[in-house]
Write a protein that binds this ligand. Structure first.
Ligand code: MLT
Length: 418
């Protein structure tokens, strides 16, 4: 069987039975072909109208709008509305959306008690995933995926309450008294206030932090079929309720290979600091085939060029770190590392450019978040993307329950004796 098209003529299936699958998979990924397989619609492959990525060109668009434009001209709430409803909101729609979110931000007393009863040293992502799952019990009249009004209400409750839950979980883990929402404040401003218990004393700095948080949430709001989004779709395909599907997405994101990358960048920067800040000898270790040292925050499975999200973040990181009382050594090291790696053909030939995770951790640290909260912040940003995918799938008449195909590679037959 051969594929003849585009720039490639490829023998797709050759050789013996045993190596066919591997060979076909390798050839398909080398040719950059993506297969939608409508004949096997329940294999978790999907069509989507939400996010477009061109990894070669470093392009990312939400509903057709370039991420750079959204990052500079819109707020996170506008982007959330866009992802979920397909259009940017008009001024009246935005006001309404924002007011509803703020009016629903407070958690019921029983839910507060439940969160407060969770082990304080349990990871915040474990607590968040558990709390979200229980929303199906607290809001039992909003769990029917077949009822649009219930889905809209569940969407609103999730968006309104995830920041309140995240801040409460953080305050509990820090041994601080939780702070209740203040519906007169903006979505992001109130999240920062509920988390840190007040303002920084400088209005300018508070505004900069709110702007940074808003931008980081926008940059994380969707990324087409990544691990957690695919998880939300797979779980939702069984017609599980929205809360359970989002909880599954949170747990997928918690895996260090997915949401933990910016934490790994900080750990790497700490390691370089431990080496006396010697960036060159660290890069030499990365290049050494015998060593297992990896350059974290560089390269991306999809982007073969700059991650468009990293460019937006870098400028912001510089602004925030300029405002710190003491210069942040880790940020200095990050800058040096980036400059050195980009001058080195070893990295550029391999298309290893900084990705979104390279700077986000440094910014969160400067704002005062502990590393255990980084993935929680990712979840706050990714929530509208997850919801948009879940809703898109729900409305797709061709959608069926996901059932990924498998290739059996175990023993053919064994006789059971005794
Ligand atoms: C994301 O934003 O989800 C990450 O870059 C991971 C991915 O796209 O697979």
């Amino acid at each position: 069987l051969r594929y003849e098209g585009g720039a490639h003529t490829l023998p797709l299936l050759t050789g013996t039975e045993g190596d066919r699958a591997f060979e076909a998979k390798t050839l398909l990924s080398q040719s950059g072909m993506v297969t939608l397989d409508p004949g096997f619609a329940n294999t978790a492959a999907c069509e989507s109208t939400i996010t477009y990525i061109d990894g070669e060109a470093g392009i990312l668009r939400y509903r057709g709008y370039p991420i750079q434009d959204l990052a500079s001209k819109s707020s996170f709430l506008e982007v959330a509305y866009l992802l979920i409803h397909g259009e940017l909101p008009g001024p009246g729609e935005l006001k309404d959306f924002s007011e509803q979110l703020r009016a629903n931000a407070a958690l019921p007393a029983e839910m507060r008690a439940m969160i407060d009863a969770l082990p304080r040293d349990g990871h915040p992502m474990v607590q968040l995933g558990s709390a979200v799952n229980t929303m199906a019990a607290f809001y039992g009249d909003t769990v029917d995926p077949g009822d649009s009004a219930q889905v809209d209400r569940a969407t609103m409750l999730l968006l309104a309450q995830l920041p309140t839950m995240a801040a409460r979980i953080y305050r509990n883990s820090a041994g601080e008294t939780p702070v209740e929402p203040d519906s007169t404040l903006g979505y992001v401003e109130d999240f920062l206030r509920m988390t840190f218990g007040g303002d920084s004393g400088s209005r300018e700095l508070d505004e900069l932090y709110a702007k940074a948080m808003d931008l980081l949430l926008i940059l994380h709001a969707d990324h087409e079929q990544n691990c957690s989004t695919a998880t939300v779709r797979v779980v939702g395909s069984s017609q599980a309720n929205l809360y359970g599907s989002i909880s599954a997405g949170i747990n997928a994101l918690f895996g260090p290979l997915h949401g933990g990358a910016n934490q790994a960048v900080l750990e790497m920067l700490e390691e370089i600091r431990g080496l006396g800040g010697d960036v060159d000898s660290f890069l030499a270790k990365v290049k050494d085939k015998e060593s297992s040292t990896r350059l974290m925050g560089f390269g991306h499975r999809v982007y073969k060029n700059f991650d468009p999200r990293s460019k937006e973040i870098k400028g912001l990181a510089a602004q925030i770190l300029d405002r710190q009382e003491r210069p942040d050594q880790l940020f200095e090291l990050a800058l040096q590392l980036e400059n050195r790696a980009l001058e080195d053909s070893y990295f550029t030939d391999r298309k290893l450019y900084p990705n979104v995770d390279f700077y986000s951790g440094v910014i969160y640290r400067a704002m005062g978040f502990p590393t255990s909260m980084f993935t929680v912040l990712f979840a706050l940003g990714r929530l509208p993307g997850w919801i948009a995918h879940w809703r898109e799938q729900r409305l797709d008449p061709a959608a069926r329950i996901a059932r990924p195909r498998q290739l059996y590679v175990g023993p053919e037959q064994r006789s059971y004796e005794g």
